[in-house]
Design a binder for this molecule. Structure first.
Ligand code: GDP
Ligand code: IMO
Ligand code: MG
Length: 447
């Protein structure tokens, strides 16, 4: 079997710049597929000053050439999808004939959001700081075998009964535990019948579609949402999202077999951020944090919350590289560090005074980790918009070399601004080879 699929994954806590990277690479892949998460994701792409935030539809849709797939592993809010399609069409981007949605993806219903909102603020519950999109409760219903799939939207009898029965339980639980007002099953049924008609043209068996494309030798880019440390199994549990964000999730979330996967490429900021609750060993405050937040515009693209900011965390990257089998790293937002005089990088952790190799399983142990830092001199000049490695100041190159050696990965691409073409493809890297000699320049990605 020929391996035709490449996975792009976040290797921190999300918002690494996956959207920009996928949009950039999409020029080289006829297919782009999302495999997990839902509209908790916010992937920002800036093209010629125009800013798009995609939450459900793969970032590749902005390329005239790529077909976009929402795989079975995604949880889909039909209203969010309809809004996103309308946003794209308003911007002159064709969606009809280019978007394909799995008939097996699970559907987010209003009661999922109701339960999540109420439960997050209930006394005694650990606050995760979720995006309040109903993602967790929808995956709970999926795994509990009481979910509603996209294909079920078109059987109206089944849909009516499903919503009615689900609300018998959800309304009772929400009222008893959280004092929430009940939702009306008839209203939800009517809304979802209307929404299902709007999305009907896009629904298909995407596992079949993608496997047929792969069998024809057509390359597929799999776009991860969230990041390695938000993975339900391997992340900083319980401060995680409810899906398999790692490369492994790409197979179950699309129906593409592991033997189809050629490689997994990680995306990381040149520093680190996190939005929501949970451990963050290299988190920093004060002046440098304010500077990075301001220069990097570190505010959540979905919720507008200020992102927590910290230093590049090499042990965390090594962990993400191991779990994803990363072959290459893309470092984004280098330009955000342009003004700093000194840049600490975490090279190891101490727990109870001892250097540790493995990442702790217990959330409370994460909070007790003491990062071990090495400090590198800043370059204090602008790297913004650079497109060639040789343009970079020597200290910026040294910084990147240090990150690569600490992460144990080659750096294949460096992002120096939010725009598509503010990117350096590292000559001779495996990523440059993957894109092909004629493709290694970011110029060719402009279309
Ligand atoms: P994603 O969720 O991984 O796709 O990342 P987000 O889009 O949520 O957050 C990344 C933010 O950084 C977006 O606002 C991007 O436009 C922006 N961005 C991406 N790469 C760069 C870069 O190299 N420099 C700067 N300054 N901004 C960038
Ligand atoms: P992208 O794809 C950053 C975080 C939330 C919260 C936790 C659980 O843009 O990188 P959820 O709503 O998923 O149940 O919230 O996960 N979170 C993200 N943080 N980027 C994301 O996506 C995120 N999606 C969820 O803030 O802490
Ligand atoms: Mg994001």
């Amino acid at each position: 079997m020929d391996a035709t699929c490449v996975i792009i994954v976040g290797s921190q806590w999300g918002d690494e710049g996956k959207g920009k990277v996928v949009d950039l690479l999409a020029g080289h892949f006829p297919w782009i597929a999302r495999y997990q998460g839902g509209h908790n994701a916010g992937h920002t792409i800036v093209i010629g000053g125009q800013r798009f935030v995609l939450q459900l539809i793969p970032s590749g849709i902005l390329r005239g050439t790529a077909k976009a797939v929402i795989g079975n592993g995604v949880v889909m809010d039909p209203q969010a999808l309809v809004n996103e399609i309308a946003m794209l069409e308003k911007a002159g981007i064709a969606v009809q004939g280019k978007l394909f949605i799995s008939n097996r993806a699970h559907v987010i219903l209003p009661y999922h959001r109701m339960i999540e909102l109420a439960a997050e603020s209930a006394p005694g519950r650990i606050k995760i700081g979720s995006t309040s999109r109903g993602i967790g409760p929808t995956y709970e219903d999926k795994m509990g075998r009481r979910g509603l799939r996209v294909c079920d939207l078109f059987n109206h009898e089944l849909l009516r009964t499903h919503i009615h029965n689900a609300l018998l339980e959800k309304n009772a639980v929400a009222a008893a535990l959280y004092g929430s007002a009940p939702l009306d099953p008839g209203r939800i049924y009517e809304d979802y019948v209307g929404l299902s008609e709007q999305i009907r043209p896009y629904i298909t068996d995407t596992a079949l579609l993608l496997n047929q494309a792969a069998a024809r030798g057509e390359a597929i880019l799999l776009e991860g949402a969230q990041g390695a440390l938000l993975d339900i199994d391997h992340g900083t549990y319980p401060f995680v999202t409810s899906s398999s964000t790692l490369a492994g999730g790409a197979c179950t979330g699309t129906g593409l077999a592991p033997t189809r996967i050629a490689s997994a490429i990680g995306v990381s900021k040149a520093y680190c951020t996190r939005v929501g609750e949970g451990p963050f060993p290299t988190e920093t405050g004060g002046e440098p944090a304010q500077e990075m937040r301001r220069r990097g515009n570190e505010f959540g693209s979905v919720t507008g919350r200020p992102r927590r900011v910290g230093w590049f965390d090499a042990p965390l990257l090594r962990y993400a590289a191991m779990l994803n089998g990363l072959s290459s790293l893309i470092v984004t937002k280098l330009d955000v560090l342009d003004t700093l005089a000194r840049i600490p990088v975490c090279v190891g952790y101490r727990l109870d005074g001892k250097l540790i190799d493995a990442v702790p399983a217990v959330a409370a142990d994460w909070d007790r980790l003491e990062p071990v830092y090495e400090e590198l001199p800043g370059w204090q000049s602008s790297t913004e918009g650079m497109t060639e490695e040789r343009q970079l100041p020597a200290r910026a190159r040294d910084y990147l070399k240090f990150l690569a050696s600490q992460a144990g990965l080659e750096i294949g691409m460096i992002s120096t601004g939010p725009e598509r073409d503010q990117t350096i493809t590292v000559a001779g890297s495996s990523l440059a080879q993957l894109l092909g000699p004629s493709r290694a320049s970011t110029q060719s990605a402009k279309n």
